[in-house]
Design a protein around this ligand. Sequence first.
Ligand code: UD1
Ligand code: CA
Length: 450
Amino acid sequence: MKIVSILLAAGQGTRMRSDLPKVLHPLLGRPLIHYSLEAAEKASNEKPVVVIGHHADEIRAALGDRARYVLQEEQLGTAHAVRQAEGLLRGSCDLVIVTYADMPLLRAETLQSLVQAHLAHNGPVTSTTVVQNDPRGFGRVVRGEDGRVLAVVEEAQATPEQLQIRELNVGAYCFDADWLWDALPKVPLSPKGEYYLTDLVAVAVAEGVSVQACEIEDINETIGINNRVHLAEAEAELRRRINRHWMLEGVTLIDPSATYIEPGVTIGQDTVIYPNTYLQGESEIGDHCTIGPNTIIRDTRVGSRCRVLASVLEGALLEDEVEIGPFGHLRKGAHLARGVHMGNFGEVKNSYLGPGTKMGHFSYVGDATIGPDVNIGAGTITCNFDGKKKNRTEIGEGAFIGSDTMLVAPVKIGAGARTGAGSVVTRDVEPDTLAVGVPARKIRRLEKGD
Ligand code: UD1
Ligand code: CA
């Protein structure tokens, strides 16, 4: 059986009051349409179709070939939007799921049970409803005395009596495809000058075929985003879902309401996350780590048994047992091997720090390769930029870089060498040699125990 999903995303999203199209507003780091598209992908077995109109190019660019696209040139309503897909889909599928791209919390499992309910019933239309006190501008589900669904009435057209109805139209439907394409032209023009998809219910009832409505129990799934208040509500709910998942997987969140974990992140067991921590992008955190408080980790792999305190890590790699912070900053290409200790006010970019290397206090290391067990004194700087290009610094195993050393790259410090406090190193220092001064000059060869 071929099942296709249609996502409606052609509207302007006026109520967002934004230059950015509504469905591209970020929700936990991803454009909010990403979530409804993902649910649609899981619930169907054909590539989803997205109906676009306003900001069509931007939406197409954001989703790429995850979807097929049809253009709704004029936004004449949700039924009109679905009709735009007829040319592409008629004759090629059995069931059509329709959802709105502004409902990111609707789960794939809910759409799957919508399809199951549809198949278990012999009507051509199955819709979803929710019973809730705050109607949020949703369409009202009108039932007859026998409980059968008769119509969905939009808020603007509802009578005062209908406005009291607390069974609301969620906006996820499953249709027999052939019936859908035949019924859409029968949808009347609403007093507001739009063709409402919700009027298909009345069309079906008038034809004498039955309409089924499945109730969604979790009202949070039905948070639709029309304005930025809804956006914040959806973000909070999505965060709760993700945080709950990780707590059940064995991660301690000291304060889940102040922990911000994006959907692409993974976290190992027995890791403890302190408040005001943001785990973003495609980050991976190992087990038995302590992260935060006040930490941002983006697109970074953190090994096991690491400690990261009040620091910002972006595009970095930490092996096991690394300690950072407070106030460390790792930038793209920072690779800290096992057991590296990086204390306060350090910055590392595009550099490798070998196992056991220590960099205790306010230093900048950029474009460097540093061996194991190196001691980088306070205030050390790799002067990697000569105004035109970036140059590399190499430091060999066990070297000792004195406090406030300027390493003017390109430059190499040999294994076991030392630089004196405040030296400005402009030339390579051989292994086991002490260099001091401005610019640094060699003083003597180092003896064992020196
Ligand atoms: C819609 C439903 C309402 C339901 C609510 C749930 C209709 C008529 N009403 O109202 O019953 O309770 O969702 O969230 O369907 N769109 C197009 N082309 C158009 C118009 C809209 O693609 O011509 C898209 C929008 O981009 C949006 C979606 O359809 O993603 C829903 O439109 P919106 O204006 O948000 O409808 P609601 O007023 O929320
Ligand atoms: Ca909406």
